[in-house]
Write a protein that binds this ligand. Structure first.
Ligand SMILES: *Cc1c(COP(=O)(O)O)cnc(C)c1O
Length: 362
């Protein structure tokens, strides 16, 4: 095996997908599996299909292209607001997209109509997270915006997103507002808008508590399925597997060194000025993984007693003095040993997109 590697446990991811699909299904909510956490890996998309998800969603068109080429049968949704330069490709690759600019929607409509296809659009609503989405004041113009569509685009519903730009959490109040925007749009457009889509993982809690308005019928989830975590609400999700993914790196050097450097301290390579506590001589393991591969303060060592000291682009330094006394391996860590970490969301993204980290499904 080549290191570093990120290992994905198929059974655990599939089980998480099934658990979430079942729970949401009981509330009449379809789950769309978000693949961006693993850079749109078609193997993940296939697991989502096995888990019972209704579609796959990603923020990158390139990722959806990969999934499309893999021949997966599930419908595909582009979640990031489309660039004008992407519309041609979007019309080929995606069944659904989240949109917030009337002019872009009209351009997509023209492109799809010319190609003789119809693609669904969900109108993205900003209910307060202040990233993408129509602002409610704009809704009074909806009839003008969409009166001249030529059948290339079908406005199928509304969508919103939480906890991305501002950390806004879903609540009964903002979810009911989303439903009311859908109702207003139905009136002004004079057609049914059947889909109300919410995301991401933080919305699971509202469903668990039975507080999701019954009109909401689609959720887009990534973090919960892959990591069993809900960073936005700051919780580990008790009914999901939290160790489906591991990042494994190899030890390249092990030496006892002082815990404080000698001499004047300047900036380290990443612009931070480190500080040190004198703990005497410590055993330090140097690993062949660095900031180019993971977000070092977003990985958790799986062996107890291992403490991450710091990292540069290509190396990570771990204090293994205590881990050695707990003797994880005979005689303690030595070059050639591997060390495993549990990634949090940013580290998972970094590892999935680093060309230096292999991703293995087992
Ligand atoms: C990433 C993303 C999601 C999934 O979010 P998680 O919290 O990781 O489940 C849902 N919707 C949109 C628009 C996203 O960008």
């Amino acid at each position: 095996m080549r290191y570093p590697v990120m290992v994905i446990n198929r059974d655990k991811v599939r089980r998480n997908a099934q658990t979430v699909a079942d729970m949401c299904g009981r509330s009449g909510i379809d789950v769309w599996g978000v693949t961006k956490g693993l850079a749109g890996d078609p193997r993940l998309a296939a697991l989502y299909a096995e888990g019972g998800f209704k579609g796959v969603a990603d923020s990158r068109l390139r990722n959806l292209e990969k999934i499309s080429e893999s021949g997966l049968g599930l419908p595909r949704q582009l979640m990031r607001i489309a660039m004008r330069s992407e519309l041609e490709s979007l019309s080929r690759v995606c069944d659904v997209s989240l949109q917030s600019e009337p002019e872009i929607i009209r351009s997509l409509d023209a492109i799809c109509a010319r190609r003789g296809v119809t693609r669904q659009v969900l109108l993205m609503m900003d209910v307060g997270d202040l990233r993408e989405g129509f602002w409610p004041l704009e809704l009074s113009h909806a009839a003008d915006y969409f009166s001249a569509l030529e059948g290339g685009v079908e406005i199928a519903g509304v969508a919103t997103n939480f906890a991305c730009a501002s950390g806004l959490l879903p609540s009964r109040d903002n979810l009911e507002r989303l439903v009311s925007y859908r109702d207003m749009l139905q009136d002004s457009l004079g057609c049914e808008l059947p889909v109300i889509s919410v995301g991401g993982t933080c919305c699971l809690k509202i469903i668990e508590e039975g507080l999701m308005p019954r009109q909401v019928n689609q959720i887009r989830v990534c973090e919960g399925i892959l990591l069993g975590m809900d960073t936005a609400s700051g919780r580990e999700i008790p009914y999901l597997e939290r160790d489906a993914l591991a990042i494994i790196a190899e030890v390249v050097e092990c030496k006892r060194k002082p815990s404080v450097p000698s001499g004047e301290i300047g900036m380290m390579a990443f612009g931070e000025k480190p500080s040190f506590v004198d703990k005497g001589m410590r055993k330090r393991a140097l690993l062949g993984i660095g900031r180019q591969d993971v977000n070092v303060d977003r990985i958790i060592p799986l062996d107890s007693g291992v403490r991450i000291v710091t990292a540069s682009s290509d190396h990570l330094i771990a204090d293994v003095t205590e881990a050695d006394s707990m003797s994880h391996s005979e005689g303690g860590y030595k070059p050639g040993d591997t060390m495993s970490f549990r990634p949090l969301y940013p580290a998972m993204l970094a590892a999935a997109t680093s060309e230096y980290v292999d991703v293995i499904f087992e």
